[in-house]
Design a binder for this molecule. Structure first.
Ligand SMILES: Nc1ncnc2c1ncn2[C@@H]1O[C@H](COP(=O)(O)OP(=O)(O)OP(=O)(O)O)[C@@H](O)[C@H]1O
Length: 243
């Protein structure tokens, strides 16, 4: 059974249908990639699943419950989480406390000591343990991305959306973040990666959903999608290795 099921979701902003009947299904433990050009509706899809906006029509279920009109904090408590394109840590808190605060947010009566233990464990999982006692302003871009990941996972996440976790990273930094994502996936986390470019997720995602104009244009394994005629014609016009 799917962990997350998005069916027929429409979200309009004025006259524009940012989402125009989107279908998405994610099974527990999967790593799914969502790609598409600027304005395809990727971020709006994340926002609608997280409850930032309610859809104009359609239905969203998570863990067997209809969450279409559930408030965001209750979705978070059910284990839905996300990272943001632009990390927003608390700069006056140490790295470990940034994660501990995220663990305490919304969960009733979690003692500080336990929140710090959770934070320590998460920092190890994202390979940031050695920076635990430092402040966010001293972190590099890739380290900030890892902090953002740890914060997103802190509330007992079951499914996490990674919104362009690779943005601005190249070479060793890109490989490092992607191997952290791979390890989280291997540890059982359900992950949906939103990316601009296919090559970032080609070797990582089991399944790729291509979005275009608020709809799903294609879906399949990375090799199926990259040889799909509709995708090549309407989205690419160039070789996958270039996008
Ligand atoms: N709050 C909003 N108000 C009005 N229009 C919006 C809003 N959010 C998104 N849109 C519009 O909806 C469409 C889809 O935007 P969205 O950000 O979801 O695309 P995207 O695929 O995430 O693109 P990008 O890769 O640039 O982030 C765009 O035309 C955008 O301008």
């Amino acid at each position: 059974m799917s962990m997350l099921e998005v069916s027929g979701v429409v979200k309009r902003f004025g006259g524009l249908a940012a989402l125009n009947g989107v279908e998405l299904s994610v099974r527990g433990g999967e790593l799914v990639g969502i790609i598409g050009p600027n304005g395809a509706g990727k971020t709006t899809l994340v926002n609608v699943v997280m409850g930032v906006y309610y859809p104009d029509s359609g239905r969203i279920t998570f863990d067997g419950r209809d969450i279409t009109r559930m408030p965001p904090h209750r979705r978070a408590r059910m284990g839905l989480s996300r990272t943001y394109q632009v990390p927003r840590p608390f700069n006056d808190l140490k790295v470990i406390d940034n994660v501990a605060v995220a663990a305490m947010y919304g969960s009733k009566d979690l003692p500080v000591g336990e929140a710090r233990e959770i934070a320590e464990d998460l920092l190890r999982r994202v390979r940031l343990a050695e920076r635990a006692e430092d402040y966010p302003e001293s972190l590099s871009v890739v380290e900030l991305r890892k902090l953002e990941l740890a914060r997103a996972l802190a509330q007992e996440a079951k499914l996490v959306f990674l919104d362009e976790v690779s943005a601005g990273l190249v070479g060793e930094d890109l490989r490092e973040v992607l191997s952290v994502v791979r390890e989280l996936h291997e540890g059982g986390m359900t992950i949906v990666m939103i990316e601009h470019v296919m090559k970032v997720i080609f070797n990582l995602a089991e399944r790729i959903v291509v979005m275009m104009n608020g709809q799903k244009l294609a879906e399949g394994t990375p090799s199926e999608v990259s040889s799909d005629a509709r995708v090549v014609e309407s989205y690419l016009g160039k070789r996958w290795s270039e996008v």
